[in-house]
Ligand binder design. Structure first.
Ligand code: LRH
Ligand code: MN
Length: 426
């Protein structure tokens, strides 16, 4: 399925008048406050988020999985669906592949398809948390941390193969997330497990092409429920430093214990030049992989406030990898991803309205009340007309969810693919 230009124009016809009125009103309000609206809109237009290739079908839990039908059953169909999201939002210009779930059968063809849809290949993810059919060694008791060198070597070889696959597609980073850990006290020697992991990551690091980076993703628990080797940002930071200047920490928003101050973690990693990127999602309890901004939108805004400050004041930190990592149990996967993209753009736009100079002055003066006023004035601004303008400028639609439904995308996909296709992934 392809969204055509005139379908885009058609969808905008009924929305354009209201957009113009709200945008003109907001622009004049922001102009009066000294904000450069055109610059903010340009930043939003340039802000592209990678769609996870493993989240284009229905997710599921151990208790059940409910399909939405018309799911993509090949990498080509996944790229096609990302193309639909990108045509509407103009902010999904990249895909993050998970190997071996998405090994291309024809590299040339898949690159041409993605290029034609203006979709780049962002970070590639290795998978040493599942045993592949005919695998010689099992990762049941860990991969890069495993007590067996044979198992560690198999996991290292897999990561090096993932780099080779990504390199053929133009990707520039490897994301490593390890399920490694233990479920019971006494089961694992923490020091041996961490030392094995560090040495294994160093072997993978040696295989990184010179212009590549390695993103080390941390997580406190699941699927292990007593200890996880790379459990928190500190461990990821330590391992990234141990590996070298091309290794960084990846922050998955769902990988924090309740009430963790993620914006502070982001700020510190940027100060130390070791923040590599994000897996955006939201959660109420655990690693729920819910729609971005659906549970804690203010926390997301506070994270973007630190990102905006860091992007202005921490040249030591590289450009970040912006990626979504979600799982869809009750929402149409494409609508869920569209809502996540909207929430990310909204948090970024609100953070761009924070007067960082005024905030710094109020912080230095310990004017606590004024600090909050400055932050919440920005947060309380309805920035959606700016997002709409950025989409229009890029050739997208004003209201993506309305357009997705008006164009009957899911119905069309079911017509094309039927009701029994299942997407690889989580
Ligand atoms: C682990 C994780 C990791 C992926 C997986 C799909 O919870 O966040 O990023 O490899 O989800
Ligand atoms: Mn993740």
């Amino acid at each position: 399925m392809k969204i055509l230009k005139d379908q885009i124009l058609d969808c905008n016809k009924s929305e354009i008048q209201n957009h113009k009125e709200t945008f003109d009103f907001l622009s004049s309000t922001l102009d009066k406050k000294g904000h450069k609206v055109a610059e903010i809109v340009a930043k939003l237009s340039d802000f592209q988020v990678a769609i996870p290739s493993w989240a284009l079908g229905a997710g599921g839990t151990r208790f059940g999985r409910f399909s939405f039908y018309g799911e993509p059953s090949s990498l080509e169909q996944k790229i096609e669906d990302i193309g639909v999201i990108h045509s509407l939002t103009q902010t999904a210009g990249a895909v993050s592949l998970h190997i071996p779930w998405d090994i291309p059968s024809d590299y040339k063809a898949i690159k041409e398809q993605a290029d034609a849809l203006n979709i780049k290949f962002d970070s590639v993810n290795s998978n040493t948390f599942q045993d592949q059919k005919n695998a010689k060694e099992s990762y049941k008791y860990g991969s890069l941390s495993n007590t067996s060198k044979v198992v560690r070597d198999q996991a290292i070889a897999h990561n090096l193969e993932v780099i080779t696959i990504g390199d053929k597609l133009g990707s520039k980073s490897l994301t490593v997330w390890l399920a490694d850990g233990s479920c019971f006290p006494g089961q694992s020697n923490f020091q041996t497990a961490l030392q094995n992991t560090e040495n294994s990551l160093k072997d993978i690091y040696k295989g990184l092409p010179k212009d590549w980076s390695m993103l080390i993703e941390y997580k406190p628990y699941e699927p292990n429920f007593y200890s996880t080797v790379i459990q928190d940002w500190g461990t990821s930071f330590m391992l990234a430093n141990a590996c070298g200047e091309k290794a960084f920490s990846l922050v998955d928003l769902g990988h924090h214990l309740p009430n963790s101050n993620i914006e502070q973690i982001v700020s510190i990693l940027m100060l130390k030049g070791k923040l590599g990127g994000f897996h955006f999602n939201d959660s109420k309890y655990g690693d729920d992989d819910l729609t971005v901004g659906s549970i804690k939108p203010y926390a997301l805004f506070l994270i973007f406030n630190e990102l905006v400050y860091g992007m202005r004041n921490n040249p030591q930190n590289p450009d970040l990898a912006w990626m979504i990592d979600a799982s869809h149990n009750v929402k149409d996967p494409l609508e869920d991803l569209i809502q996540s993209l909207e929430a990310i753009q909204e948090a970024y736009a609100k953070a761009l309205l924070v007067d960082q100079v005024q905030l710094k002055e109020a912080q230095l003066a310990n004017d606590v009340v004024k600090c909050q006023e400055i932050l919440q004035n920005a947060y309380r601004t309805d920035v959606r007309p700016l997002l709409e303008k950025a989409r229009i400028n890029n050739g997208g639609v004003i209201k993506p969810i309305n357009a997705f439904r008006a164009l009957g995308v899911r119905g069309q996909l079911i017509k094309e693919r039927g009701k029994n296709t299942i997407a690889t992934g989580l």
